[in-house]
Design a protein around this ligand. Structure first.
Ligand code: CMP
Length: 142
């Protein structure tokens, strides 16, 4: 078993459909504990930096436009084996391929407007948590 902390982002499409609270409630019902949270509107520079790993992908520009189109909510979540547990709970990138009962099957519109992001490794969970939260906030979350 690996670390107990991961990072998620409830995306702008979920705010557009008034589903942000439902998504957090769904995750809490699956045993995830909210340890830090905030609502913000990403700047283009922030979205570009956060998704820099996808810079060469054809969907990069559109993804940055989408992620800056409205508010989003990063959260630090705690659960045993958090990274793997959250990836399972949110489902496949494309909601058409997401397993029944997963966040994306329940709430996502499309491969891009897919309601939620989740870190894909412990290393990225740490990097992404530091992107959104101060050391003091992360210390308080432990
Ligand atoms: P996320 O888990 O936040 O990581 C990268 C994001 O890029 C992904 O969710 C989707 O929102 C988006 N994405 C991935 N693949 C595609 C694609 N083929 N077309 C459009 N958007 C995509």
């Amino acid at each position: 078993m690996t670390g107990g902390i991961t990072l998620t982002i409830v995306k702008p499409d979920a705010f557009g459909t008034n589903k942000s609270g439902k998504i957090v409630a769904h995750l809490e019902s699956q045993g995830f504990r909210v340890r830090a949270a905030r609502v913000l509107h990403l700047t283009t520079a922030q979205a570009e930096e956060f998704y820099a790993v996808h810079r060469e992908r054809p969907f990069y520009k559109s993804l940055v436009t989408f992620m800056t189109s409205g508010p989003c909510m990063p959260l630090v979540l705690e659960k045993a084996d958090a990274v793997a547990a959250l990836r399972k709970a949110i489902g496949a990138t494309d909601p058409k391929e997401a397993e029944q009962g997963t966040v994306r099957a329940l709430f996502a519109e499309s491969k891009e407007r897919n309601a939620i992001h989740a870190s894909d490794s412990d290393e990225n969970a740490t990097r992404e948590s530091r992107f959104f939260f101060s050391e003091a906030e992360l210390l308080a979350a432990r």
